[in-house]
Design a protein. Structure first.
Ligand SMILES: *Cc1c(COP(=O)(O)O)cnc(C)c1O
Length: 450
């Protein structure tokens, strides 16, 4: 910018501090892998039969080779194929980092609050960041069909979008409560050409078994994963895609955190806190791991906070042990914070957080004391969501609103102590298809105990 003396000034305008953008060619060229910096190895998945580390061959039944290589890699950086970066442009990457000045004013806090806009992708969440490369590597290996599970419908829509881009068929098992609560997400998946079944479904042996025991089974992500894997294994030229939890999903999401670091650097901010909500852990990991890697290399002292629902408290109340990723016990065993693979979460509106376990990488970081878990009730989460909507204008996803709640609590704490803390959170998605949840909150009908 030119200053009054007519010379180039490096001082940015006030708007540059409110919405911090990167150029399109600043989309990260590599994904970051926390396994390279972890002081202890990330425990490998185990074959449930032998209890030995799962071999590449075990994993080949459900994943393509390109993805398996990433799953087991300990390289710090992995190149993002140019074809994937081309699609990241369509996902509106790099996404802005925005300052929540109006929320700060509403809270009368001296803290500075920033949030990363993962709500701007065509799917409305961070999930396409991993759906695109997963579909891409499958397409490269000649796979024609992908199966998957979805909770709130975010991952299903992301994978349906990715399959539409690469001309693949997509079958989605959608958790029954979300299928009923959120029909519009199903229409989005179907618009992209996917086939969607309410899970438990009559399509699989496992689904039929569960429906036989209870025809009103509300379903869970764990059950939907079992159905997607059963279908994958029985069907020709078909692989399975997982929306969270696995190492390669965490890896793909690190475009978020690498962009955040570049954006904070542009405005010369060092965060005190970085906050994400956690279901299986992918948006949190993607947002936090690049900065956490630097902390492990003693380059910063950021505190990392993972926010979860008190009705699905895997980090705050779970055990750190090997457990299945699904309910039927078809997946390898993962070392993770878990509530047990048979845990059926209550029907909260943050459907994307209804998962019994936590990603092995995130779990390891919790175990090492690098990540602090916090848990909130549904009502206080929607209160925070409403404050954010009124002040910033964006209606946040109920999932993301757990991170907003944590950010607001820290901002109020900073106010009490009169400290200028820098708080950064990940807005993992928008809530425009979650208005049923907002409606029951406004009507005072939300179950406060969840
Ligand atoms: C799926 C989803 C989540 C939870 O999944 P993670 O893997 O923990 O990120 C959070 N927010 C939104 C908007 C989602 O769609």
């Amino acid at each position: 910018m030119l200053n009054t003396a007519g010379t180039i000034s490096l001082i940015m305008s006030k708007y540059d501090h409110m919405r911090i953008n990167l150029d399109v060619d600043e989309i990260p060229k590599k994904w970051y892998n926390i396994a390279a910096d972890s002081p202890e190895p990330i425990p490998p998945p185990l074959n449930p039969g032998t209890k030995e580390p799962a071999t590449a061959k075990d994993l080949e039944a459900i994943f393509p080779k390109g993805i398996i290589a990433q799953e087991v890699s300990t390289e710090r950086y992995i190149d993002i194929p140019e074809e994937v970066r081309d699609v990241y442009v369509l996902l509106q990457r790099p996404s802005p980092l925005q300052r929540a000045t109006r929320l700060e004013k509403m809270l009368k806090t001296p803290a500075r609050i920033y949030f990363k806009r993962e709500d701007l992708s065509p799917g409305g969440s961070h999930k396409p960041n991993s759906a695109i490369p997963q579909a891409y590597y499958n397409m490269k290996e000649g796979i024609e069909n992908l199966t998957t599970e979805t909770g709130a419908g975010q991952w299903g829509s992301a994978l349906a979008l990715a399959c539409a881009f690469y001309n693949m068929k997509c079958t989605v098992f959608m958790v029954r409560v979300s299928y009923d609560q959120k029909p519009f997400r199903r229409y989005i998946m179907e618009t992209y050409g996917a086939k969607v079944f309410a899970s438990p479904s009559k399509e699989t042996e496992y689904g039929r078994l569960l429906l036989g025991q209870d025809k009103d089974n509300p379903g869970s992500l764990g059950i939907a994963i079992s159905e997607a894997i059963e279908t994958c294994v029985k069907q020709k030229n078909t692989k399975y895609a997982l929306g969270s939890v696995a190492n390669h999903v965490m890896l793909h999401q690190t475009v978020i955190g690498q962009e955040v670091m570049a954006q904070l650097k542009k405005v010369e901010e060092t965060p005190d806190y970085m906050i994400g909500c956690v279901g299986g852990g992918s948006n949190f990991a993607g947002f936090a791991f690049p900065m956490m890697g630097e902390k492990l290399r003693k380059k910063n002292n950021v505190e990392f906070i993972a926010a979860e629902p008190s009705s699905v408290p895997s980090i705050t109340k779970g055990e750190y042990r090997y457990d299945f990723g699904d309910t039927a016990g078809m997946t390898p065993l993962f070392k993770m914070y878990t509530l047990g693979h048979e845990f059926i979460p209550s029907a909260i509106h943050a459907g994307g957080l209804r998962y019994h376990g936590m990603a092995p990488t995130v779990s390891k970081m919790v175990d090492l004391g690098l990540v602090k878990g916090v848990a909130y009730h549904q009502n206080e989460v929607f209160e925070a969501a409403t404050m954010f909507a009124k002040s910033e204008g964006i209606i946040p996803a109920p999932e993301s609103s757990h991170a907003i709640k944590a950010a607001i609590d820290l901002a109020l704490q900073a106010k009490q102590k009169n400290e200028e803390k820098v708080i950064v959170f990940n807005l993992s998605g928008h809530g425009l298809l979650d208005m049923q949840g907002y409606a029951s909150f406004i009507a005072g009908k939300m179950n406060g105990s969840m």
